[in-house]
Structures are given as structure tokens and as C-alpha cells.
Write a protein that binds this ligand. Sequence first.
Ligand code: ADP
Ligand code: MG
Length: 220
Amino acid sequence: MTSDTTLNIAILTDWINRYANQISDNKAYLTELDAAIGDADHGINMQHGFEAVQQRLPGFAGEPMSVFFKNIGMTLLSKVGGASGPLYGTLFLRMGMASADKSTLTPTEFAEALAAGVEGIRQRGSARPGDKTMVDALTPAVLALHQALDNGATLCEALQAAAAAGEAGMKATISMQAYKGRASYLGPRSIGHQDPGATSAYLLIKSAAESFCPAEQATS
Ligand code: ADP
Ligand code: MG
């Protein structure tokens, strides 16, 4: 199988729409995770931001990738309170910069744009892997995505590998002590709880796998 899928605005819109729905479905869960080691607002913050994004999605048909991603990033920056707003905002702004005026993306271009977005989060929040943040789900996911594509996987297969790596990274935050964000105020008492941002980050990759896989492969 070759990586011959081309991503256009319609497919990317489906991804973000799907993610917004998953955030809405998991609003209480994300907030519950944040209640344990933060201030109980992660689900509320994310739902508020992605509801605003979702309302704007129909307006991007025919626009270049940069306009699509930058608008999502700006919406999140303006609508999401808390640390996660600027961080997810940066992810999408950087994806926009990386994909410029293209109207479609190859799987490799998408992986590179996502990697640029995750690098933006790491720069903005200065979290390193192991600090118990969204970076702990996103970094292994991006690595797995690149490795799978390099090994000739389809975009669907590569994103399924990325989602599995992101899920493992999310679960690995349970045993970590937090060194960034509010959870770090708890010191060792942050150990034993799954990071809310790593959880919403895993959902972002999982929803991409669901959107970019042809229906018959989605459950394989
Ligand atoms: P706040 O902590 O301001 O209430 P949220 O609850 O919306 O914001 O988001 C919390 C999540 O943000 C954390 O679970 C963590 O994954 C992520 N986070 C916090 N600070 C950083 C940082 N410096 N770098 C990366 N991610 C961070
Ligand atoms: Mg919070």
C-alpha cells in the first residue's frame, strides 16, 4: 500500500468537526481529570473553544490550508481560557504556517505540519517529555506518524499507529509527576492521575485517524 491519500479542506473539516464532537462528548470526563490535579475547567475550556471553531468551519471551503488552520488557531486563542487555549492555538497557527497557500496536503506534508504544531506547543509552554502535559501524548504520536509513513504505511495506518502511541503516552502520564502547569503545584501528589491535556491531545490524534481512514479500514 502506498501513502497516496491527499488531504483537502473537506477532510480536514471532518477531522475538526469530529474532534469538536468528541470534546463535547468528553467535556465532563476532561473536567473530572482536571478536578483531580488542576482547577476543573479543561473540558469546559476546550468545549467552549471548539464550539466556536465548529461554528466557523463551514466558511473555509475553497480557502488555502493556511487560512483554515490559522482561523482555528486564532479562534482558540481568543475563546479558550486557561493554559490550553494558547497551546492548542499555537498548534494550529503553526500548522497554518507549515502548510502555507497549499489547497491540499500529502500525508507527509500533513505529518510535517503536525510536527511543526507540536514543536510550537513545546516552545510556547517549554514543557519537555515527562513533564506530564499534552506534550507526552503528542510527541510519541508525531514520532509514530513519521516512522510509519517512512516505512510505507498509508496515512490511515500511520494515524492508527500515531493514535496508539498517543494513547500509550497519555496513559504514561498517570505515573508522572507534573513539572508544568497547575498540576505542578501539587508536586508528588500529582502522581497517580492522568493528565487532562494529554487526554484531549490523544483525542485529537484519534479523531484524525477516524476521519482520514476510509470507512472500511476504520475499525481494522
Ligand atoms: P489551566 O491549567 O490554565 O486551567 P486547562 O485546564 O485548560 O488550563 O489545561 C490544562 C492542561 O494544559 C494540562 O493538563 C496540560 O496538559 C496542559 N499544560 C499546562 N501547562 C502546559 C505547558 N507549559 N506546556 C504544555 N502543556 C501544558
Ligand atoms: Mg484547568
